[in-house]
Design a protein around this ligand. Sequence first.
Ligand SMILES: NC(=O)c1ccc[n+]([C@@H]2O[C@H](COP(=O)([O-])OP(=O)(O)OC[C@H]3O[C@@H](n4cnc5c(N)ncnc54)[C@H](O)[C@@H]3O)[C@@H](O)[C@H]2O)c1
Length: 249
Amino acid sequence: MQLAGKVAIVTGGARGVAKGVATAFVKAGAKVLIVDREADLGKATAKELGAFGDVAFMAVDLMDRAALPGIVDEAVRRFGRLDTLVNAAQASQQLLLMDTTTEAMDLAFGTGLWATFLLMQAAHPHLLQSRGSVINFGSGAGIEGMMTQASYGAAKEAIRSLSKTAAVEWGPSGIRVNIICPFANSPGVEMWRQHFPDAYAGQIAKVPLRRIGDCETDIGAAAVFLASDAASYITGQTLMVDGGQLRLP
Ligand SMILES: NC(=O)c1ccc[n+]([C@@H]2O[C@H](COP(=O)([O-])OP(=O)(O)OC[C@H]3O[C@@H](n4cnc5c(N)ncnc54)[C@H](O)[C@@H]3O)[C@@H](O)[C@H]2O)c1
């Protein structure tokens, strides 16, 4: 129970990687507020995870900037404190650069960078009190550059940069900010596999561990570690939880 007594917000947690993170958090003893725009799926996920501990769900479209501070308020109202903010929600369109529209850029940056930025600002006073942490989600596609990922990759790299600045500014107050770049079997990746089977096969072939990660036992476990006291001397770092496919210098 590495996270016993801690409270977390997990965005995008109705499904996929963030559901895996929420699951691992609850099993580690944390109370979790899952936030997602998919109301039915989110409620079903919260009900499913309720078997392991305290889980609540809040339906929010993260493109609605005015609604974001209310997420932090709800977590604190319900559970009394906030220790960890996990920004994992992300939407994007896969388009070649020359087909990428300003709307596609707005979607990637709105769900990714803006939501991450505004939720970090809203969470800051509570993280100060708990000497808590933030876990943001980047992507190898942003670090390396990948076909059709112009808006997504740019938003993900913006999130990593924001996280590093926050680590430097907030470190003296004891707030840690880290980034996970996962590779895992989410419905989003499954959809990508169906649309681009050759690219998917090529991706698996580049994974030294030769398998795709599991949302809960691989990515969730890494997130529990970063949120726990075991990682109390780690901030500003990008943790590649991708089977070894991208090895940072
Ligand atoms: N799965 C991977 O291998 C992989 C690889 C690199 C990075 N990532 C990152 O990990 C995170 C999770 O990825 P995933 O594959 O599980 O994604 P996914 O597409 O399967 O799930 C994303 C979740 O975010 C929610 N969401 C999207 N837009 C939203 C909005 N406007 N408001 C509220 N919720 C919204 C969706 O409803 C969904 O539940 C993302 O940040 C993604 O960029 C994943």
